[in-house]
Design a protein around this ligand. Structure first.
Ligand code: UT7
Length: 352
């Protein structure tokens, strides 16, 4: 028994934030951003009206309809995000509520694998389908980064790359011989956990921060005053941070490894690949991988120019667009690959 993607949906919120728009807040330029990342603009959600789970629900409704099922048929939810509505509970239960299917009391699982979230989620869904446990799994990747970025020059290396959006897929058993999800591969290396991270607030209470001396060890009389401190606010430590060059160097190596691993496992030559959908982290990373594998422009789908890096949402948004544009067709061999915070990375090979 294999699994397949039976329906795809995406939702991009309405506010278009161009590179020039960002120059109003920080010292950056359209030229720098385009040259280093390929990004021209990104979408932002409407604050206080939209959240990560409402973006996800809009993408999910389209995927459900395209899969030919109803919301009530969904028997499990997997939600991947690094910018959830709440610290807890996860966004999966909020998505269930937003879709109006709480009466079904289906399970909802949140996963925290950042840019690799969709591939991790696909692999989990694939296992559940293979065991026969579920038949209509709703897998959502959604992000609302715009709410939690540092819009000063201090945060420019991260802020200019991130955008909001959501993508969704319905995963079902695949009846067609030779089709469906052929193989998935998941990896991590926690030694690099802090190289792309949002560390605060957290149970470390500032202990692992560079300026840890600023944070005193709590005693019995003050057990709770270090979760969010004035120092964190003053030093912008409540925002994501990234060692961009290190992430970039690891990304290109791991992308290649995990793509090759997928083809070796499936015992297929790379030359059979029809469409490569990389996580949209940086156009230069996609172009590097494209060149290394020897793919034409038509065999790689990129939309980072329009949406920036939407982390867990980037692959389902790109896959949905590629499918809508007729670039992913019946019988095509499609490869998904991602790398990001954790570090975590992964790949999936699908016969459409
Ligand atoms: O999706 C998760 C995985 N994420 C990734 O894969 C991201 C991987 N990394 C990258 O994409 C790139 O490292 C970035 C696009 C984030 C940065 O590009 P870079 O070529 O590695 O730049 P850099 O960080 O080495 O910075 C070069 C210079 C620095 O100035 P100095 O020290 O040379 O004077 C930065 O301060 O560019 C400066 N800089 C900027 N300048 C204008 C950094 N960000 C900006 C900015 N606008 N937004």
């Amino acid at each position: 028994m294999k699994s397949k993607i039976a329906g795809l949906g995406k939702y991009l919120p309405s506010i278009t934030m161009t590179n020039d728009d960002l120059t109003k807040f920080m010292d950056t330029s359209d030229e720098w951003i385009q040259e280093r990342t390929g990004i021209k603009e990104r979408r932002y959600a409407i604050k206080h009206k939209e959240t990560t789970s409402t973006l996800g629900a809009k993408a999910a409704e389209i995927a459900i309809e395209r899969a030919g099922i109803t919301k009530e048929d969904v028997d499990f939810i997997i939600f991947a995000t690094l910018s959830p509505d709440y610290y807890f509970p996860g966004s999966g239960v909020l998505l269930q509520r937003e879709l109006g299917i709480c009466d079904t009391t289906i399970g909802a699982l949140d996963i925290r694998n950042q840019c690799s979230g969709f591939i991790y989620g696909l692999s989990i869904a694939d296992q559940f389908i293979k065991t026969g446990m579920y038949k209509n799994i709703l897998l959502v990747g959604a992000e609302m980064h715009s709410m939690g970025l540092d819009y000063t020059t201090r945060g420019r290396n991260v802020t200019v790359i991130f955008g909001d959006g959501a993508g969704a897929a319905v995963i079902q058993p695949c009846e067609d011989e030779g089709k469906g999800v052929l193989t998935t591969h998941l990896h991590s290396d926690g030694r690099f956990a802090e190289e792309l991270a949002m560390k605060n607030p957290g149970s470390h209470g500032g202990y692992h921060l560079e300026d840890a001396t600023a944070y005193e060890f709590p005693d019995k009389d003050s057990p709770g005053d270090i979760f969010v401190t004035q120092g964190m606010l003053d030093n912008a430590l409540l925002y994501p941070n990234m060692n961009g060059q290190l992430v970039f160097k690891n990304a290109v190596v791991r992308f290649m490894e995990v793509i090759q691993e997928a083809f070796q496992t499936a015992q297929l030559p790379l030359s059979e690949l029809d469409m490569f959908i990389p996580h949209q982290a940086n156009l230069r990373i996609s172009q590097f991988v494209q060149k290394k594998i020897g793919l034409t422009d038509d065999q790689v789908y990129n939309n980072i120019q329009r949406y920036g890096n939407t982390t867990a949402a980037s692959i389902p948004i790109a896959l949905t667009e590629a499918w809508e544009e007729g670039k992913v067709k019946d019988g095509d061999l499609v490869c998904l690959a991602a790398f990001g915070s954790g570090f975590t990375w992964g790949s999936a090979l699908i016969r459409w």
